[in-house]
Each structure stands twice: as structure tokens, then as C-alpha cells.
Design a protein around this ligand. Structure first.
Ligand code: CA
Length: 221
């Protein structure tokens, strides 16, 4: 008898293979503003709000926070660049895993910092009949981004589950940090470029390298 009733999925880097594009557009948008921002930094800050990421880069390189105008200019440039890239595909084989959980009767939720209106449409293309707009916590629903636990606490509150009844699938160190802080069993799937140690440092309960390992964990659970 499986003890879990629901799974909370992060989106970028877990359901959708979009981190390579987020990484490229962050690096390029910062470069156009004379700020060196490497791919590791893009992955390490994944999950933060845009303003928070921009402020961190300014503080580390210029010794001050970014102005509102700088935040707006860099974030708009990054967003424009992102829209010019081809639409991101699903993470390989993740659709099979999500369908398996659905078949096993799990309630499926999405917890993402993204605030795009097109989000559900994009998910529905790859994950047919799995997710619903009523079962999502997005960037529009929260005041604090990850690594603050608020997004996952909101998902618990909206879904009515106890933390013990749920597991989270995250890919990013700050996402793991948010989920662990909400006391939820956290599975980290490393779909990016950072070493597993960075996920372990945030106390992920389990770290897997691909969907096959995720599926093996679930089937043995
Ligand atoms: Ca992510």
C-alpha cells in the first residue's frame, strides 16, 4: 500500500526541458548589460524570481542592488530572447512517469515560479489529461519565490494534504530547499549541469539522475 496521495511537480527542468533556454537567455541578457553570469550561476539560482536573480548578480559584481530600471530592462530583454527560442519539449520519458502516477491514483499538482498564462496549454500538450488549472500554484499566487517554502505551503493548503501524504519532484537546489523547508519528502531529479552534491547539500531525500531511476523508486515504494 503506497502511503502517498499526491505528487507536487516543479515545472521547468522537471516536466518541461526549458532550463537550457532559461540559462542561455540569462547569460546573454546579463552579457548585454556588461555583467558576467555563467551557466552554473543560472542553474544555481533557478527558482528565484527575476528581480532576485538580477539583484544577486549586481550585488556580487557591482557591490549594490540593481535599480528598478535595471531590473526591468534586463528582465524584459531576457523574456524577449526566451520567446524567440523554439518551444521547449517535455523532459524525456517524464510523460510516462506522470501517466503511471495518474494510473496509480495520485493527485497531481504543479508548483512553479513561472507566471505565464500559456503554462497549462504547454503542459497539456505533453501531459494529456494530467494537470488542471485548479491544481497549480504559480508565480502569480505567491509573494516569495523559492527557496522560501511559501509555494509548497500554498500547495499543501490548497490541496488539503498533510505533508506526509505528498512527495515533491524538483530539479534545482533552491527548489529542493523550498520543499524540504515545507517538510515534504523531496525527490531531486538532476536534469541540469550542477553536481548531485549541490542537491544533497539542500537535504534532498532522494536524488535520481533520470526518469528510469525515478520510476524504479516509485515502483519499489
Ligand atoms: Ca525547476
Amino acid at each position: 500500500m503506497k502511503k502517498y496521495k499526491a505528487a507536487f511537480f516543479d515545472m521547468d527542468g522537471v516536466l518541461i526541458d526549458s532550463m537550457k533556454y532559461h540559462c542561455k537567455t540569462w547569460v546573454d541578457a546579463f552579457a548585454q548589460h556588461g555583467i558576467a553570469f555563467d551557466p552554473q550561476m543560472a542553474y544555481r539560482n533557478e527558482g528565484r524570481t527575476g528581480a532576485s536573480t538580477i539583484n544577486l548578480a549586481f550585488e556580487s559584481q557591482k557591490g549594490r542592488a540593481a535599480t528598478e530600471a535595471e531590473i526591468s530592462s534586463i528582465y524584459q530583454l531576457k523574456t524577449r530572447m526566451f520567446r524567440q527560442l523554439p518551444p521547449a519539449e517535455a523532459i524525456p520519458e517524464m510523460a510516462d512517469f506522470v501517466q503511471l502516477l495518474k494510473k496509480d491514483g495520485l493527485d497531481l499538482w504543479v508548483v512553479t515560479g513561472s507566471a505565464q498564462d500559456s503554462l497549462l496549454a504547454r503542459l497539456s500538450e505533453h501531459y494529456v489529461d494530467c494537470f488542471s488549472s485548479h491544481k497549480m500554484v504559480t508565480g502569480k499566487d505567491v509573494k516569495f519565490g523559492k527557496p522560501h517554502p511559501e509555494p509548497y505551503l500554498k500547495a499543501l493548503q490548497h490541496s488539503g494534504y498533510h505533508p506526509n501524504e505528498v512527495f515533491v519532484i524538483e530539479n534545482a537546489p533552491l527548489g529542493v530547499e523550498a520543499s524540504v523547508a515545507a517538510n515534504i519528502f523531496t525527490v531531486a531529479i538532476n536534469t541540469g549541469i550542477l553536481p548531485n552534491t549541490e542537491l544533497a547539500e539542500k537535504s534532498a531525500n532522494l536524488i535520481v539522475s533520470n526518469v528510469q531511476e525515478l520510476q524504479a523508486w516509485w515502483c519499489n515504494n
